[in-house]
Design a protein around this ligand. Structure first.
Ligand code: NAG
Ligand code: NAG
Ligand code: NAG
Ligand code: NAG
Ligand code: NAG
Ligand code: NAG
Ligand code: ZN
Length: 414
């Protein structure tokens, strides 16, 4: 089997004792070389397309600015930037918002896009920033970045996985190179130095059992911080979640599907300023597929504990289209499902919206976005409904702007 054709797939695999997916007909997904070239060609073609420049006034909109909703007003954008709120101006273009709600573009803080179709799907559903939660091949990951008029991709590193762990299968499957695994604590610092060499925006760790031990996770985290990189850590069982918290990672991904975290663990996470991205969408899909061994109710209970303790909660979906692995989660539409699931788990609609806008931007250090304010990126979503009354109203997308470029295929009401 050609290893390269073998997907970068299931770094998203939630390791609770699943069989190795590569023995179960995961299927050939794509060829990195070809997909990278296609993505780069698409980007070049888009760059040559004409973009309307100048001032656009979006009139008669209620603004959810990332924190709260304001009365009906006008928002002016100029080129890629929000200029003003509440001022009339000499705009060249006027858009009637019809009393709809204008929000900051959504951030999906856990996704695995692989080609420009995935980027278009994210964009059409109002997702204007997505965290590429693992990278197995730098040129390929770079081919997903910097696409004018499409979702902005923030890329993670190769995932740090231990030999013999479930995620090791995925890392090694990409190029057959066992050296890409984290062998032990003595080589952990060097592993980070190598992993950040190509310039990922953050480092991805995997806590699982069997997997990296506590000391190794601690060193990986410390070294990443010395490089100025945030650390996101996969943890889908209680033991792993505890390890990730103890290591001091910045952002814990998923939630335990075996049993809920305790109030005291949630408090410890809060006191260390750590952030949680529960990815309820994929957790629910997984537990629907294996209800005997996966307890979605436990994941919801953890979200309640995290919220109660004051841990910032960020929206992420684990969107991926890898056939034959744990669970398919479509791009873009899943962010709306995540918002609904966060509300079902106890967040208010405003809290869920912040989880996908201002709170996500703040805790990922993206100070140029996540809010509607002068000087910020013009990443915007115009809804006809009001999601603060019913979170389901995010599914009324009239228009989407990505750094000021309107996406022509906004999904509408769905
Ligand atoms: C991927 O495609 C390239 C270009 O067509 C080809 O040279 C290469 O052998 C393919 N790689 C694999 C692993 O199939
Ligand atoms: C917006 O773009 C136009 C056309 O490129 C340029 O003339 C103008 O200076 C830009 N405005 C700002 C504020 O950068
Ligand atoms: C991108 O990947 C998806 C899922 O594998 C596939 O359906 C789609 O056709 C691909 N797009 C391109 C342009 O190859
Ligand atoms: C992104 O593309 C623009 C051209 O549209 C280029 O000027 C810029 O350097 C690119 N940025 C990065 C980080 O590659
Ligand atoms: C750690 O792993 C490296 C690389 O495989 C090896 O050379 C070294 O001996 C190991 N160190 C310990 C203490 O096991
Ligand atoms: C699932 O978790 C919930 C919440 O902790 C618990 O009440 C329930 O008993 C668990 N179900 C099973 C089958 O373990
Ligand atoms: Zn993932």
């Amino acid at each position: 089997m050609s290893i390269l054709s073998f997907l970068y797939a299931s770094f998203l695999l939630l390791s609770l004792g699943d069989a190795c997916p590569f023995h179960e007909g995961a299927g050939v997904v794509f060829n990195y070389t070809i997909t990278t070239t296609e993505n780069n060609n698409f980007r070049s073609a888009q760059r040559d397309a004409p973009i309307s420049k100048g001032k656009i006034a979006i009139n008669n909109v209620r603004v959810f600015d990332g924190h709260r909703i304001l009365p009906a007003t006008t928002v002016i954008i100029e080129n890629d930037t929000i200029r003003s709120i509440g001022h009339s101006s000499d705009a060249n273009t006027h858009i009637d918002g019809n009393g709809g709600v204008l929000l900051p573009g959504f951030i999906d803080a856990h996704a695995h896009p692989s080609n420009f179709t995935d980027l278009q799907d994210l964009s059409r559903y109002g997702v204007t920033t997505a965290m590429l939660m693992a990278c197995f091949q730098p040129q390929f990951c770079q081919s997903l970045k910097n696409h004018t008029g499409l979702v902005d991709i923030v890329a993670g590193s190769l995932p740090a996985a231990a030999p013999g762990s479930i995620h090791a299968n995925i890392v090694v499957a990409v190029d057959g190179n066992e050296d890409r695994l984290v062998k032990n604590a003595s080589v952990a610092s060097q592993w980070v130095d190598d992993a950040v060499a190509w310039g990922p925006e953050f480092v991805k760790l995997i806590a699982e059992s069997p997997g990296l031990d506590q000391q190794t996770l601690d060193i990986l985290t410390k070294r990443s911080h010395e490089h100025g990189k945030r650390v996101a850590c996969h943890a889908s069982a209680l033991d792993a979640y505890t390890q990730a918290a103890t290591a001091g990672v910045d952002n814990i991904q998923h939630a335990p599907l075996d049993q809920p975290i305790s109030a005291s663990l949630a408090k410890r996470i809060a006191s260390r300023g750590q952030v949680a991205t529960p990815t309820l969408t994929i957790l629910r899909a997984i537990s629907d597929a294996s209800p005997a061994t996966r307890n979605y109710t436990a994941a919801e209970e953890s979200v309640r504990q995290l919220k109660e303790a004051g841990v910032p909660i960020v929206a992420g979906t684990d969107a991926n289209l890898v056939q034959g692995l744990i669970a398919i989660v479509p791009f873009g539409i899943s962010l709306h499902e995540e918002l609904q699931l966060l509300v079902n788990a106890g967040l208010s609609p405003a809290e869920a919206l912040r989880a996908a806008t201002s709170v996500a931007a703040k805790h990922w250090g993206l100070s140029d976005r996540g809010v509607i304010a002068p000087g910020k990126r013009a990443d915007l979503v115009l809804l006809s409904g009001n999601p603060l009354e019913d979170i389901g109203a995010t599914k009324t997308i009239q228009r989407v702007w990505l750094a000021g470029v309107e996406f022509s295929g906004a999904i509408g009401t769905f």
